[in-house]
Design a protein around this ligand. Structure first.
Ligand SMILES: NC(=O)c1ccc[n+]([C@@H]2O[C@H](COP(=O)([O-])OP(=O)(O)OC[C@H]3O[C@@H](n4cnc5c(N)ncnc54)[C@H](OP(=O)(O)O)[C@@H]3O)[C@@H](O)[C@H]2O)c1
Length: 359
């Protein structure tokens, strides 16, 4: 690699200060890794929160990407010039090379895939983290059949209600579409009323307003019509702490032996959390806990979620989609502000992709 290339990157330093770097350091791939020229990187709340809440700093920011392969290892299934997307590893001690909000990034080959024509580059850059999180919930924690499994087409005949709370989060949008593709029925969702038509089109069978004072009662009435006392599969796709908290709203609608899933860690021990990256152990440092915590890898689960992601990629635009992807093009320091807003207050509906190189 020539040293004349400029790498513009968003980073967090050893004092947990966020900033922009501009240098000629093009990352070096290790064994089994690709060097990629970033075209788009996808924004997630985790880009900032993993530093501030989970001790993952110093590092360069970002997990999701779309780009072009510049170097592939010998024997790789990828070649120079391929368009690829995917995501990169997380955890305390994360090397700077894995940050995706930079002009050049490194990705392990087994966390990347070739992008077909039906998947637009900016959408590809935003897909992997949220689709893998939804897939871990549906296929590993709830153990629904994968789309295309022989059981998934026939499974609509026996009701097994699924509740997705906050179905218009990007994780929720993916979960609704996976659930439909797997023949899950009925699919109950909560969202703002303005999103109900969209969610019905994507596969929801019953939509509720999460702000309605009668929302829990309304959900229970529908469940009783299916002869269920409470929902057996309950997914909090928001992780909101406001009011009672979205997880407790979900728990209030669930049956005694329900599987309860929330996208963020819950104090209530009945909840389990899906993870976007289950292929390797993940080490985290949490405030007030003196020692690092290791979340062990679930390699078979990773493969199952990855197959669901590949189904979504293959059927993108027909049976699966991210509904809204906004593209940011401009100054690196403004892009960093966008990430901070996303982590602090959220940006509302849809995904944000950063176009590279940032200025
Ligand atoms: N565990 C993991 O590996 C993992 C991975 C990715 C994300 N996450 C977490 O998953 C959550 C969702 O992330 P995301 O990026 O998909 O979200 P997002 O796309 O930013 O979500 C935006 C949407 O959230 C909905 N919302 C906000 N407050 C709500 C509430 N109290 N009840 C119901 N819906 C509410 C709004 O829906 P309406 O428009 O309908 O009002 C809004 O459109 C975050 O907490 C994130 O940190 C976890």
């Amino acid at each position: 690699m020539t040293s004349k290339l400029l790498n513009v990157a968003l980073h967090v330093d050893e004092n947990m200060a966020f900033g922009v770097s501009r240098d000629e350091n093009i990352p070096t791939p290790g064994d089994g890794e690709l060097l990629i020229e970033t075209r788009f990187s996808g924004a997630n709340p985790a880009d900032i929160k993993h530093a501030t809440h989970l001790g993952i700093y110093p590092t360069r920011l970002g997990y999701d990407f779309f780009g072009k392969v510049l170097e592939a290892p010998p024997g790789s299934s990828f070649k120079v010039g391929d368009n690829v997307a995917g995501y990169t590893p997380t955890g305390v001690g994360r090397p700077a090379k894995y940050g995706t909000h930079q002009s050049y990034l490194v990705c392990p080959e087994n966390m990347a895939y070739s992008v077909p024509e039906n998947l637009p580059p900016d959408h590809a850059a935003c897909l992997t983290v949220v689709a893998m999180t939804a897939a871990d919930a549906l296929y590993n924690l709830f153990k629904f059949p994968l789309p295309g499994d022989s059981t998934s087409s026939s499974s609509g005949s026996t009701p097994r209600p699924l509740l997705i709370w906050g179905a218009s989060t990007s994780v929720g949008i993916c979960a609704v579409q996976f659930a439909k593709a797997s023949g899950v029925f009925p699919i109950l969702v909560s969202a703002s009323p303005g999103r109900h038509a969209l969610l019905s089109e994507l596969g929801a069978t019953h939509c509720f307003d999460y702000k309605s004072p009668s929302v829990i009662e309304d959900i229970q009435i529908v469940l009783q019509n299916y002869q269920f006392d409470g929902v057996p599969y309950a997914f909090d796709a928001v992780g909101s702490l406001s009011g009672l908290g979205s997880a407790q709203m979900v728990a209030s609608c669930s049956s005694k032996d329900a599987i309860l899933v929330s996208v963020v860690v819950q104090k209530d021990p009945r909840f389990v959390m899906p993870l976007a990256t289950t292929n390797e152990d993940v080490t985290l440092k949490i405030a007030n806990i003196p020692h690092p915590i290791v979340i062990p890898a679930r390699k078979e689960d990773h493969q199952r979620a990855w197959s669901a992601l590949q189904w979504a990629v293959e059927h993108y635009g027909s049976r699966f989609r991210l509904v809204s992807v906004e593209v940011f093009q401009g100054r690196a320091k403004d892009a960093l502000e966008e990430l901070k807003v996303l982590a602090d207050k959220g940006r509302g509906f849809g995904k944000l992709a950063l176009m590279h190189p940032l200025v």
